[in-house]
Design a protein around this ligand. Structure first.
Ligand SMILES: Cc1cc2nc3c(=O)[nH]c(=O)nc-3n(C[C@H](O)[C@H](O)[C@H](O)COP(=O)(O)OP(=O)(O)OC[C@H]3O[C@@H](n4cnc5c(N)ncnc54)[C@H](O)[C@@H]3O)c2cc1C
Length: 477
């Protein structure tokens, strides 16, 4: 009889793992178990007035690099090429990004010439930060916070304005707590290998084997900076679900896994409330903290390591305005923590993807709230009402973008613990987990945003790699 693999979690990581398992030449029996009634996890797109699309989670996927190319290949395999909405390299959303500092928007310099010009809010042209970077010796610690790394290599202004904002934009996190090694591995590796990040990125750029397809070639030729799908990014998990069902994968929804136990024969029993599943192998694509609570006593050291991977909450407020105009055209702006502890940034959705503005078209922006402001309120047990979040977001849109009229449409969602935080020493937690799984030869493989990258591309890759490990029959993490 063939093996049964149970995949926990129907977010993009679990869907990708199931996809790659189901496409093996001799596929195992695959059961995907999702706790909620919906697949896609944080990827969720909803339609508003006039069919406008509002993304409650991710809104753009980067095509760059080997992982970006693999995701585009997946899109083509699912027959979604004609649904892709690209942001081409010459588009304002590809070229312009802003920082909101000192009560004003500042364009980040782009291109080589931009480095030599004065670029407020930085006091000197960024060329000087580059020069410092090139002449700074290699760090000696096995890990360092993003802030300390950036301060050492690029100076205090770049650390506290640019890298602080970047950490808030990507991880909704604090650069003084996040790990450079785990959050920005290419920067860490560049320093390790070439002594300088700039040299490393220059010399290492474009290396590595890449997959190929017509869509990938088009993305390269047109220098896409990101892409979405006409009906919203949720089209991707929906297409994966259709594909999985056609390949005979059993997809269970509304079935939260409530425990895992090891049977005498080395099989898993996956408990689902009043029923259970037998599995030869389990791929976990639920958050690390969830898995830590499901594991049996024999896996207590693994559960302990996983339980120390934290996550932070983000409030996503989608706003639409009729007849309004933005003061600038670009992807959006980020806000450093010194400027506003609660507003992470605002994405100008309509600039990148006007096709999703609905009819009649209305200006769409998304305000991301989080950071220490939200953490403090959560820690105090304050009531985070929709009204409070809406007011906060509308105030930010009014003061930072001049959108002073009331919006015609507003959606408020508080996503609890939605972004894992790779804090200092995260790599040691991963090493402890991998060693435990290997030494006990547990038939359990880890995938998902909790481990090696939170971007959609990283999650899809984690699912692909998990499937490859299962198919290679290696019982490790
Ligand atoms: C607001 C926001 C904006 C983002 N923007 C971007 C962006 O623009 N670009 C980008 O690349 N990335 C972005 N990301 C990151 C990216 O969307 C996520 O990291 C990614 O979707 C996580 O996928 P996942 O499958 O690993 O986890 P999840 O999406 O968390 O999926 C896990 C699944 O497991 C299920 N589950 C949980 N417990 C159980 C249980 N006990 N039993 C069964 N099922 C269970 C959950 O219901 C969920 O469906 C964003 C994330 C957020 C939150």
């Amino acid at each position: 009889m063939g093996r049964t693999v149970v995949v926990l979690g129907g977010g993009i990581s679990g869907l990708a793992a199931s996809y790659h398992l189901s496409r093996a030449p001799c596929p195992p029996k695959v059961v995907l178990v999702e706790g909620s009634e919906r697949l896609g996890g944080w990827i969720r797109s909803v339609r508003g007035p006039g069919d406008a699309i509002f993304e409650l989670g991710p809104r753009g996927i980067r095509p760059a690099g080997a992982l970006g190319a693999r995701t585009l290949l997946l899109v083509s395999e699912l027959g979604l090429d004609s649904e892709v909405l690209p942001v081409r390299g010459d588009h304002p959303a590809a070229q312009n990004r802003f920082l909101y500092v000192g009560g004003a928007l500042h364009a980040l310099p782009s291109g080589l010439r931009g480095l030599f010009r004065p670029s407020p809010p930085f006091s000197k042209p960024l060329f000087w930060a580059g020069l410092k970077e090139l002449t700074t010796p290699r760090g000696k610690d096995p890990d360092e916070t993003v802030h300390s790394f950036a301060q050492r290599r690029l100076g205090p202004e770049v650390a506290s304005l640019a890298m602080d904002s970047l950490c808030r934009g990507v991880f909704a996190g604090n650069s003084r707590e996040l790990s450079i090694r785990s959050c920005f591995p290419s920067l860490f590796q560049a320093e390790q290998t070439h002594r300088s990040v700039l040299l490393g990125l220059l010399l290492g750029a474009g290396r590595g084997p890449q997959v190929d397809s017509a869509l990938i070639r088009r993305a390269r030729a047109e220098r896409w900076s990101q892409w979405s799908l006409r009906g919203g990014l949720e089209t991707l998990p929906q297409a994966l679900n259709t594909h999985l069902t056609s390949r005979g994968v059993r997809v269970l929804r509304g079935q939260p896994v409530c425990g895992l136990s090891l049977q005498a024969e080395g099989h898993w029993k996956v408990s689902l409330g009043d029923s259970s599943l037998e599995a030869d192998h389990v791929v976990s694509a639920v958050p690390a903290s969830v898995l830590s609570r499901l594991l049996p006593a024999q896996a207590a050291p693994l559960a302990r390591a996983l339980s120390t991977i934290p996550a932070v909450s983000v409030a996503v407020v989608n706003l639409q305005y009729q007849g309004a105009r933005l003061p600038v055209q670009g992807f959006g702006h980020l806000v450093p923590s010194s400027e506003d502890p609660g507003v992470l940034g605002i994405v100008y959705d309509s600039v990148a993807f006007p096709e999703q503005d609905g009819s009649p078209p209305g200006l769409r922006v998304t305000v991301m709230l989080g950071g220490s402001w939200l953490q403090t309120l959560e820690a105090r047990g304050s009531v985070l009402s929709q009204e409070l979040l809406r007011q906060q977001a509308q105030h930010a849109a009014a003061t930072q973008l001049g959108l002073k009229e009331p919006p015609s449409h507003c959606l408020v969602h508080l996503h609890k613990n939605c972004i894992p935080q790779y804090t200092l020493g995260h790599w040691q937690k991963l090493e402890a987990a991998t060693q435990f799984l290997a030494s006990r030869r547990l038939p359990l493989t880890l995938a998902g945003a909790s481990y090696e990258g939170v971007a959609v591309n990283d999650c899809i890759e984690s699912g692909r790699q998990a499937a490859a490990r299962v198919l290679g029959s290696e019982p490790n993490g």
